[in-house]
Every structure is written in C-alpha cells, then in structure tokens.
Design a protein around this ligand. Structure first.
Ligand SMILES: N[C@@H](CCC(=O)N[C@@H](CS)C(=O)NCC(=O)O)C(=O)O
Length: 200
C-alpha cells in the first residue's frame, strides 16, 4: 500500500503544523525533507508554487496548503476533538490573523535588516499588538486558546509563536506574557511536538 508523501522542511512553521496534525491523527506518511534552495523536481511538478508543506495522497490528490493538510488529517481521525473544541470559523479566523497579519511582522522582527523602515523593537511591539497580547488574554482565561483543551488553532499557531520566542530568548523569558509563555512551553515540550521536530 502506498503512503501519502509529505514534502516538508523541518523548521518551517507551516510544515510543523501539518506534521503535528498528521501525527496526532496517526496517519502514516513518507517524509520528504526538502532543501528550500534546491526543491525536488517531483514536488515542483505536483505543486509549482514551490512552498512546503505539500501532501501527495495515494489517490493522486495534492494538498498544497498547510491548513488543508491539517483539516484532511483531522478528517481521518480526531481523537481529542481538535476540530470540535470551538466553532471552525472562529478557529480559522484566528489562524488567518496569524498567517496574514502576524507572520509578516514575525518576519520583520526576525530580519529587521531586510525591512529597514523600522527597528526590531518596533516590529516586536507591532507583533504583540497584532496578536500576541490577545492570545495571552485568552490564555489567562483557559489553558488553551479556546478552552482547557487544545484545538486546531493552538496547533496551527504555536509553531509561529515558537519562532517569535526564539528571536530574543532573554526578552521572551522575562516579558509579561506569562500565560502565553506557559502555553508555548507546555505545547512545545509535549511528546507530540518533540516527535515532529525530531531530526530526520
Ligand atoms: N500558505 C502556505 C505557506 C507555506 C510557506 O510559505 N512555506 C515556506 C517555508 S516556511 C516556503 O515553502 N517558502 C518557499 C521558499 O522559501 O522557497 C501554507 O500554508 O502551506
């Protein structure tokens, strides 16, 4: 029996969210670790847009967006109810905020030299105001973004917050966002997260 093939890049936050969902759903797949500077020709044939993750299913379908891969995986199995903890539209709205507003600010915070209009601290503050302060407030009310248990949104967003935390670890460890810090720590030290980050 042929397996789904996941074209992935270990540290890519979009690929991490896809791997989290696939592993949580216990979907076996073949992992193809991709060098972003030298993408394999078969991946580009399947998905000419050239981003990871890409999931090639045995029936020939190609899923080219990380959120589509997550939702496909959860349709196979969702043992802890990631899709049902909160209304799907609400979870998707928060993920959209992450992907369209927070992610560009994260990139500016990571690489301020590529965006010299503002300095790193300004980009960090914009990222906080855009999403992270709100996430922290949510997490003061319950241990995950929508409830006491994790959902699609937690798992789709946590890889991006992880990157944010890594830019200036000292600042992150001493900021006032205690609830967000605890959430990041507990999710990224889980056996699920550690398994998908294992070096191939
Ligand atoms: N909207 C896409 C975004 C994926 C994406 O941008 N992935 C990055 C890596 S983190 C990528 O493949 N970039 C292409 C490149 O760097 O050449 C998704 O959700 O899957």
């Amino acid at each position: 029996m042929s397996l789904p093939v996941l074209y992935s890049f270990r540290r890519c936050p979009y690929a991490i969210r896809a791997r989290l969902a696939l592993r949580y759903a216990d979907v076996p797949y073949a992992l193809r670790e991709v060098a972003l500077r030298d993408k394999p020709a078969d991946m580009l044939t399947l998905s000419p847009k050239g981003t990871v993750p890409v999931l090639h299913l045995p029936d020939g379908r190609v899923l080219e967006q990380s959120l589509d891969i997550m939702q496909w995986a959860l349709a196979q199995a969702d043992p802890q109810g990631w899709l049902t903890v909160a209304p799907l539209d609400d979870m998707r709205s928060l993920i959209l905020l992450n992907d369209t507003q927070f992610k560009p600010l994260l990139d500016r915070y990571k690489y301020p030299e590529r965006h010299p209009m503002q300095d790193r601290t300004t980009y960090r503050q914009q990222a906080l105001d855009c999403m992270l302060v709100d996430l922290n407030q949510r997490l003061r009310r319950h241990t995950h973004l929508f409830a006491a248990q994790p959902c699609l949104a937690d798992m789709a967003i946590v890889p991006f917050v992880r990157q944010f935390a890594q830019v200036d670890r000292h600042w992150w460890d001493h900021n006032e966002l205690d609830a967000l810090r605890n959430w990041l720590h507990s999710l990224t030290t889980s056996s699920l997260f550690e398994a998908v980050m294992a070096k191939p």
